[in-house]
Write a protein that binds this ligand. Structure first.
Ligand SMILES: Nc1ncnc2c1ncn2[C@@H]1O[C@H](COP(=O)(O)OP(=O)(O)O)[C@@H](O)[C@H]1O
Ligand SMILES: [Mg+2]
Length: 321
């Protein structure tokens, strides 16, 4: 089709032209169908406005109707895993979610840890989710939407579900009504068993963050977790070293109870990015136990998580290319 026959052909040179699914001009009314896949709420509105302006600037166009496809923003799923429990996986997942939400994104948090769901404690609420048409509606806390297996049973009841029961319950959490959430952070059960496998298969994370302490044993487990994600074609965004270095709250002296730098060295050996270090800090533990996530607190506690969120988002950008 020759350009001179179709005034709208100039739109093919628009910076977002790849999103243009169809264009039509009739009686001065331009109708454009624009693919909104992957756009957040703000970007979506900006792209729509942009195409409207571009169409109206064309001679012979007196009205522009822009139809944006894909009513929901594409959701990015970040899995937080660890080879074993007790390394601070849940603490990292919660505070990473909060730090990402503080960059302006809408974030949901899924506590999928069958062995020890802890998000209700970390976020300081025992509210139960409602259900509508058999879909769970997440609870809101600290600017996040979240759902936890811990909400589905009474507090203090150990779950340790196995097999189909666990996978069924986890699917319900992931397929809940997450509304406008652009990012879902999933706190996976520790280890590399069947539950993890089917969850990864089902939810197809866009990337995985591996939490490890600097200790050798924990790193061997972390390597196993990385292998699992790689086998499943989930990009490993990197390793976070948690509980690295202790600053004594009394004397201010630094020490390394679990060693230091181990995770960074391991990341290099394995060939995955190193996402940063979170200090072993009594403030992190006490704030977490009190349901006051440090990422939402004072800068001296929040900063490490803000940096972690930036590193994770940067790695996500890279694997998307
Ligand atoms: N960086 C840290 N500094 C101090 N305590 C921490 C830190 N990270 C985690 N903890 C504490 O360690 C314990 C285990 O953390 P948790 O996130 O529940 O681990 P996991 O989910 O891997 O089992 C919790 O009491 C938590 O408050
Ligand atoms: Mg946990």
């Amino acid at each position: 089709m020759a350009a001179e026959n179709d005034p709208l052909a100039t739109l093919d040179a628009h910076p977002e032209a790849a999103r243009l699914r169809s264009r039509k001009l009739k009686d001065g009314v331009a109708t454009l169908i624009v693919d909104a896949t992957g756009l957040g709420t703000a970007d979506r509105a900006a792209v729509e406005e942009n195409f409207r302006d571009a169409a109206l600037a064309i001679e012979g166009v007196s009205e522009a109707r822009i139809a944006m496809t894909a009513s929901q923003p594409a959701r990015t799923l970040i899995a937080v895993g660890a080879g074993k429990g007790g390394v601070g996986k849940s603490t990292v997942a919660t505070n990473l979610a909060i730090a990402i939400s503080r960059t302006g994104k809408k974030v949901g948090l899924v506590d999928a840890d069958v062995y020890g769901p802890s998000q209700p404690t970390l976020l300081g609420t025992n509210a139960k989710p409602e259900a509508e048409d058999d879909r769970l509606i997440p609870v809101e806390a600290h600017g996040l939407k979240f759902l936890s297996l811990g909400q589905l049973v009474s507090p203090g009841h150990a779950l340790a579900w196995r097999g189909p029961m666990a996978t069924g319950a986890l699917a319900k959490l992931i397929e809940a009504d997450w509304g406008d959430a652009e990012v879902l952070v999933v706190d996976l059960p520790p280890g590399t068993g069947d539950v993890q496998l089917s969850l990864i298969q089902k939810s197809r994370p866009d990337g995985a963050v591996i939490v490890s302490t600097p200790q050798d044993l924990s790193l061997i487990d972390a390597t196993r977790a990385i292998d699992l994600f790689r086998k499943m074609d989930v990009p490993v965004l990197g390793i976070v070293e948690n509980m690295a270095g202790y600053i004594c709250p009394h004397c201010g002296e630094g020490s390394d109870p679990f060693g230091s730098g181990g995770a960074e060295a391991a990341a290099e050996t394995i060939g995955v990015p190193f996402l940063g270090r979170l200090p072993l800090s009594p403030a992190i533990r006490s704030a977490s136990d009190a349901g006051m996530p440090p990422a939402a607190g004072a800068p001296q506690d929040a900063d490490a998580f803000t940096r972690l969120a930036a590193a994770v988002l940067a790695e996500l950008e890279k694997v998307r290319r």
